[in-house]
Design a protein around this ligand. Structure first.
Ligand SMILES: NC(=O)c1ccc[n+]([C@@H]2O[C@H](COP(=O)([O-])OP(=O)(O)OC[C@H]3O[C@@H](n4cnc5c(N)ncnc54)[C@H](OP(=O)(O)O)[C@@H]3O)[C@@H](O)[C@H]2O)c1
Length: 272
């Protein structure tokens, strides 16, 4: 699928470099077929020495030479970036955008008629090869473009295909989701420390417990509720803990959290 294909990653920040690392580490695309651009020269020096990639400050030139273009600049820099590359794109290239809130329609309008756009909402656990990405096709993208995009993000985790109208809730759930879990880990560490554990030990136990619960969930055909019931004996320790969580409406808090992030994603898409 990727044989001989050249990739340009526009924006060598956190996500751009995570994707580049995933592609090379998993031998999806060799480093010498990837060019990464950024406006920061020091950043380019770092990317060149650490990832052994070709680097450039010239977006237009990078796009001209590539078959697959990954747009990884901040949403507020997208309009300017699209303007810079508009003469270099054509229907033979696949444009993959990971910018939160930027619709495929907006990108299509900013570029030449008929360009093939795929929009993705990835997340930062991609850095650990455990990302969760949602993918949606623009109006001119082929099924093979979506397949190719999924293969790129499968190199750094998993990918799913969704309708574009669901991208905001995906942003609220898995895009912003890692931060919710970090907050829960922080609270578990605090609880352990308050009750006599060292912070280091509490962290080790909390992180492994979250990982273990997630792996158990992934590998089981049981629903999360069934797994929870299996470890909750009547009048036992887990039941006592869960009673507090349910009493404080943790479920509602988490639902409201995802809904607030989803609403913010919709606002950002409207430029607010
Ligand atoms: N981080 C996440 O968790 C996450 C999750 C899902 C989606 N995303 C999306 O991924 C995209 C990148 O996010 P990020 O967190 O990786 O941001 P980031 O670390 O700020 O990376 C963006 C990079 O692009 C550079 N840049 C700005 N304008 C440019 C231009 N015209 N040409 C080339 N490079 C340019 C920036 O340089 P300067 O810093 O000097 O401006 C920066 O190094 C965003 O659109 C975001 O919505 C991020």
């Amino acid at each position: 699928m990727f044989k001989g294909k050249k990739v340009a990653i526009i924006g060598g920040g956190k996500m751009g470099s995570i994707i580049a690392r995933g592609l090379t580490t998993h031998k999806i695309i060799p480093a010498n077929n990837i060019i990464i651009t950024d406006i920061d020269t020091d950043r380019l020096k770092f990317l060149s020495s650490s990832l052994k990639l070709k680097v450039s400050r010239d977006n237009e030139k990078a796009v001209k030479c590539a078959d697959i273009i990954i747009l990884a600049v901040k949403p507020q820099n997208m309009a300017a970036t699209l303007k810079e590359i508009s003469t270099a794109v054509n229907k033979s290239k696949v444009i993959i955008s990971i910018a939160a809130g930027i619709t495929t329609g907006f990108i299509e309008k900013s570029l030449k008629k008929g360009v093939r756009i795929v929009r993705v909402m990835p997340n930062t656990p991609a850095l650990a090869g455990e990302g969760a990405a949602a993918v949606t096709a623009g109006s001119n993208a082929k099924a093979s473009d979506v397949k190719l995009t999924c293969a790129i993000f499968n190199a750094v985790g998993i990918s799913v295909e969704v309708k574009e109208k669901l991208m905001d809730v995906v942003t609220g759930l898995s895009g912003s989701g890692p931060a919710y879990f970090f907050l829960i880990i922080e609270a578990l560490i605090e609880a352990g420390f308050k009750n006599g554990l060292s912070r280091a030990l509490a962290k080790k136990l909390a992180v492994q417990t979250m990982l273990g619960a997630a792996r158990l969930c992934l590998g089981s055909d049981k629903e999360p509720a069934q797994l929870r019931e299996m470890v909750t004996s009547p009048n036992g320790t887990t039941a006592a803990g869960l009673q507090v969580m349910e009493g404080k409406n943790v479920r509602d808090i988490i639902i409201a959290t995802v809904e607030a992030a989803t609403k913010r994603s919709k606002e950002l898409a409207k430029g607010r």
